[in-house]
Design a protein around this ligand. Structure first.
Ligand SMILES: [Zn+2]
Length: 614
């Protein structure tokens, strides 16, 4: 590996030499006994058996009584409460099994236990399935009348989400027909896509590599390696491009037909519906991104300078700028996170403190532990758990802040009932990204100018990937779906044309994509698996940056309202939740605030860089 031009590292503090070998988070292991004591714990079978008895009796009591003109508030609220209790009970064994499995994927017994719990869960859900189908069928007038009753009104958001699709549902016979043919239709093509992409191989320096292996080469400091890897990646993609083009065309038309049958008038409609967002709000957010692409080119112009190149090509975009070498020990990470949270509000830090004190975190790196990080909400009568492999890098501190943000959100929502507990999708990152922002500022304060450069580079590139890149991919999808609707099938050149122009617009003239990049749309699973999903990423992260900007202006007054917002969990629709902090999601100025945060980060980075190169 060639040497970096400006290698410098993150130093938070110096690590004593004697401790070098042992990871400081080695003993940070969660205690799952709050759920069950072991897979053999008789409480598991007792919980499931009791849930099954209640589910059967639920079915006997309520089947055909919900979608009935005689439905009254008492019946409906009692039914929802019982359904909620059964769902809550049955969630625990499944959660326990999946947490154990995440902690040790190499243990076959953990895998088998999880499979068994999943099967039991399916059995239960089959008994309960009728309820939401019937609830969706109730007349609007009847529902609005019933919602006048406070016992029903507490479940308004739940009822609304169940009924979201009521105008787009077909008859039972038609629905069954579509369901039964889907496995040999759309689903089969999505499976074929998975199969083609997961078995694809790429030849690099005479060696066969998988997709993730070859993509990781794009992050190496050596430009020649990045360039060769990108050529190898394009060559590999080209081998299956005709097949992927066919699959994508088929799925575009499949969606087209289903949309027509289900009365959707435009391609994005079903996605907006499930996100509980209006097309106007989504367009406002995406435009806030696309009209500020100059921030992206400003950054890549500096990056070119840092790398000492005359022009940037697409294989340079992930080139590492600054290396982080020194360690942040677990105790320091804990202190940094708690201090940052406390400066915002003691409610946040006290809640985060519990995770450390009561062993709700699994941070020890271990063999067999699954990759990535997550926060499991579990149920409101219990408590959430946080999972990561803490490797003592500054990015691990950010990950801890992210997951503890989710954790605090879950903890504060525990006053809600199970159906009102989970945040709605577009607001799912409300506390996690916010927590990251708080910790990022704290890390900056503690760092030298060189370390700050490294922190900014990492943060800016992450935010670009989540905000601007996803917005440009959304524009690509819109172009593709419209083309299919208006002009018919697309050929390789059509896909390439839309792809190159959507992504190039984001970079402006700061980076040359080049011909090799034109097939790189063909491995993005979201395009095929969940159309238009990508904008949720832009939405979620920009929302938090915008809120953060508001906090910078309003200070403590906003902090209090924000805590209230977290406490509301998923009890309200996105706009109603945001009303609590005085945010109008349709207001372009609010969204511009978030973009400005990013713009300032790039300016800071630019200034630090200028000062350093003097
Ligand atoms: Zn998250």
């Amino acid at each position: 590996m060639t040497k970096m031009r400006y290698p410098f590292c993150m130093t938070i503090t110096t690590v004593p030499a004697s401790d070098e070998e042992v990871n400081s988070a080695a003993s940070v292991v969660w205690n799952l006994n709050d759920l069950f004591l072991s897979p053999e714990d008789p409480a598991i079978e007792a919980t499931l058996a009791s849930a099954e008895i209640r589910a059967k009796s639920f079915q006997e009591t309520y089947k055909d009584r919900i979608a009935s003109p005689d439905l009254n508030a008492k019946t409906l609220s009692a039914a929802i409460r019982e359904y909620e209790q059964i769902a809550l009970m049955s969630a625990k064994p499944g959660n326990y099994a999946s947490l154990r499995y995440a902690a040790d994927t190499s243990d076959a017994a953990c895998g088998a236990f999880m499979q068994k719990m999943m099967e039991r869960g399916t059995q239960l859900s089959l008994l309960l399935l009728f309820f939401e189908l019937e609830l969706a069928k109730v007349e609007d007038a009847v529902i609005s009348c019933l919602l006048a009753d406070p016992e029903v009104a507490v479940y308004k958001h739940y009822i609304d989400t169940v009924r979201l699709y009521k105008d787009h549902m077909l008859s039972e016979t038609e629905e069954r027909l579509l369901e039964e043919t889907a496995n040999t239709g759309g689903r089969a093509f999505r499976r074929l896509f998975e199969q083609v992409t997961s078995t694809a191989t790429f030849v690099f320096n005479g060696q066969e590599m998988s997709q993730s292996e070859i993509l990781s080469k794009l992050y190496t400091p050596d430009r020649e390696i990045r360039k060769a890897a990108s050529t190898a990646f394009s060559e590999g993609l080209d081998k299956s491009l005709d097949t992927i083009t066919f699959i994508y065309n088929t799925l575009l038309q499949d969606k087209n037909v289903k949309d027509r049958l289900r009365n959707y008038t435009y391609a994005e409609q079903s996605r907006h519906l499930s996100n509980e967002l209006t097309p106007e709000i989504v367009e406002t957010v995406v435009q806030a991104c696309t009209s500020n692409y100059d921030i992206v080119s400003r950054y890549y112009n500096i990056k070119r300078d840092v790398l000492g190149l005359t022009e940037l090509h697409h294989y340079d975009r992930y080139a590492p700028l600054f290396e982080a070498k020194d360690k942040v020990r677990w105790d320091q990470a804990k202190e940094i996170v708690l201090t940052s949270f406390a400066q915002f509000s003691p409610v946040l830090s006290n809640s985060a403190q519990e995770f450390f004190d009561l062993n709700w975190i699994d941070a020890a790196p271990r063999k067999g532990k699954r990759g990535g990080a997550f926060c499991a909400y579990i149920t409101p009568d219990l408590h959430p758990y946080v999972f990561q492999s803490y490797m003592e890098q500054s990015r691990d501190v950010m990950t801890l802040a992210h997951e503890l943000g989710h954790g605090v959100h879950a903890s504060l929502s525990r006053g809600q009932s199970y159906f009102n507990f989970h945040g709605t999708l577009p607001l799912a990152e409300l506390a996690s990204t916010f927590g990251e922002m708080l910790v990022f500022e704290q890390l900056l304060k503690r760092s030298s100018p060189d370390e700050r450069l490294a922190l900014y580079a990492g943060k800016i590139e992450d935010s670009f990937a989540t905000i601007f890149r996803q917005a440009s991919m959304y524009r690509f999808e819109q172009a593709i779906h419209n083309h299919r609707r208006e002009k018919g099938e697309l050929n390789r050149a059509d896909f390439a044309g839309y792809w190159q122009s959507s992504i190039q617009q984001m970079f402006g003239d700061s980076l040359i994509l080049g011909e090799e990049h034109q097939s790189w749309w063909s491995y993005v699973g979201h395009f095929v698996g969940s159309p238009f999903y990508v904008y949720a990423y832009s939405f979620g992260e920009l929302l938090v940056l915008s809120l953060y900007e508001k906090y910078k202006k309003e200070g403590a007054a906003l902090a209090e309202k924000y805590i209230d917002l977290l406490r509301a969990g998923g009890s309200l629709a996105p706009q109603q939740l945001m009303d609590k902090v005085g945010v109008n999601l349709s207001d372009p100025e609010f969204w511009q605030g978030g973009v400005n945060v990013l713009g300032r980060e790039v300016t800071e980075f630019e200034n630090l860089w200028k000062a350093r190169s003097k």
